[in-house]
Unconditional design. Structure first.
Length: 459
């Protein structure tokens, strides 16, 4: 069982010193990752395959995964609570996913024609999420891009609304006000349309209006200021780009009614929450069914696939070619085979019962350590996901999250990593993921490492 270094030196109560010491341990135990990073710089831009893999003090190169564990190229073993940013709800090398993929490989991996598994997946998605008709894509970005196009196509309107601090992929329309710094975010009661990166045309930014999570008035004001111009709104029903921020009672139902009263549509981005928040995602938890829903990440059991679902009225627009939802790899047979296994054999009611028990064990253990050390923090957890928010007060929107000192998140990530638990490196933003293959010992190591961290930063 991996553990924190056997005899850790006494740590300074200065957070900077704690981080420096943990970063030193991090680098010393991963020399092969350092060599791979140096080699990769000559052929991979930035030395990684995604900018989110650029981490301080260095990227981690992995070898393989099995069950609840992953292994880096230096031979270090980790309890994987990173979960591929939420995609690995099945864990690694799950027998049902392996069998589905292996069987399909022998029958062909691509046809650009529908297969029987696509129908089975569509039927299961309709049953779980309450939207009758579905199409497929290959990533969350593709799914939300289609949803935005579809809202505009149906309504004939150009403007959309998104929430400050929500990430919906990296297509132009949603690369607005994703993680704005205080200096560019604008007034709290009127968030700015801040570009999330370079390369986003100003003209497109102006088509995306920005509202505040848990604030119906902010949405109503935008609708009133742009009468008959808003096609719809895309929102994470549970915010997952600022730790975890849950909707307040009545917010989502009120939002749907408000948008519909102005002839606008509601899209739920459940790319992160679709299977991880529960058996029927955030839609099942909240009881609010949107006009359009986007799914990805966990539904493929580790294979890339996304899905877009909609009401009969919405998807009739697709069926009648009012909007062409296309893609060469949409409904790829390998992907839908894995997705079918995930939905019917892995993400079962029994699996969620186990996950719920493990989540409760993790939350209670970490809360116990917070109380013991007096650390200014609290835990937020939904379904298979959870996070530590380094603030004593609940966070209800992005502005509350913005002021949190992310050095605590970085220090916590380092303690967990050096102690054999792999968490997402962007700790202030991301969440841990409990897979169907984790057990109590995995969760207990998370808690034990948190205890060491909390002691170090409060002593």
């Amino acid at each position: 069982m991996p553990s924190q270094q056997d005899s850790p030196p006494r740590l300074s109560d200065d957070l900077t010193s704690v981080i420096a010491q943990q970063e030193k341990i991090f680098v010393e135990r991963q020399p092969e990752s350092a060599r791979m990073a140096d080699r990769a710089r000559h052929s991979l831009a930035g030395g990684v395959t995604s900018s989110w893999q650029i981490t301080v003090p260095q990227p981690v190169w992995l070898s393989h995964g099995k069950g609840s564990r992953i292994y880096d190229v230096d031979g270090n073993e980790y309890v994987d609570l990173h979960g591929g940013y939420g995609a690995a709800l099945a864990g690694h090398a799950h027998p049902a996913i392996m069998e589905a993929v292996h069987s399909q490989v022998g029958l062909g991996t691509h046809f650009a024609q529908p297969t029987q598994n696509a129908v089975a997946v569509g039927e299961e998605l309709a049953r779980r999420f309450g939207l009758p008709l579905w199409r497929f894509a290959n990533s969350g970005t593709e799914a939300t891009m289609d949803a935005v196009h579809l809202m505009r196509s149906i309504t004939g309107r150009d403007l959309i609304i998104k929430v400050e601090g929500c990430y919906h992929g990296h297509h132009d329309s949603v690369q607005v006000s994703v993680t704005p710094e205080a200096g560019e975010a604008g007034p709290a009661d009127r968030p700015a349309q801040a570009p999330a990166s370079s390369g986003i045309p100003g003209a497109i930014i102006q088509l995306t209006l920005v509202a505040t999570f848990n604030d119906l008035a902010s949405v109503g004001r935008l609708l009133d200021e742009h009468p008959g111009q808003v096609a719809g709104m895309i929102i994470e029903p549970i915010m997952m780009n600022a730790g975890i921020i849950e909707p307040e009672p009545g917010f989502l139902a009120g939002l749907k009614n408000l948008l519909h009263s102005h002839g606008a549509l509601l899209t739920f981005d459940e790319v992160k929450t679709g299977l991880t928040a529960g058996y029927s995602g955030a839609t099942g938890l909240t009881g609010v069914t949107p006009d359009i829903m986007c799914l990805a990440k966990a539904i493929g059991g580790g294979v890339a696939i996304a899905a877009v679902g909609g009401s009969d009225a919405v998807m009739a627009h697709v069926a009648d070619s009012g909007y062409e939802m296309v893609g060469t790899f949409n409904g790829n047979p390998l992907a839908v085979a894995a997705c079918r296994a995930m939905l019917t054999e892995v993400a079962t009611p029994e699996a969620y019962q186990r996950i719920d028990a493990l989540r409760q064990r993790a939350v209670s253990g970490i809360e116990r350590e917070i109380a013991r050390t007096g650390l200014d923090a609290h835990v937020v957890a939904v379904g298979a996901k959870g996070c530590v928010v380094f603030s004593p007060e609940p966070v209800r929107n992005y502005r509350g999250f913005l002021g949190i000192d992310d050095r605590y998140s970085h220090a916590h990530w380092l303690f967990q990593h050096n102690g054999g638990v792999f968490l997402p490196p962007w700790g202030k933003i991301e969440q841990w993921l409990i897979s169907v293959q984790h057990d109590e010992s995995d969760v207990d190591l998370l808690v034990s490492n948190f205890a060491a961290f909390a002691t170090a930063v409060t002593s």
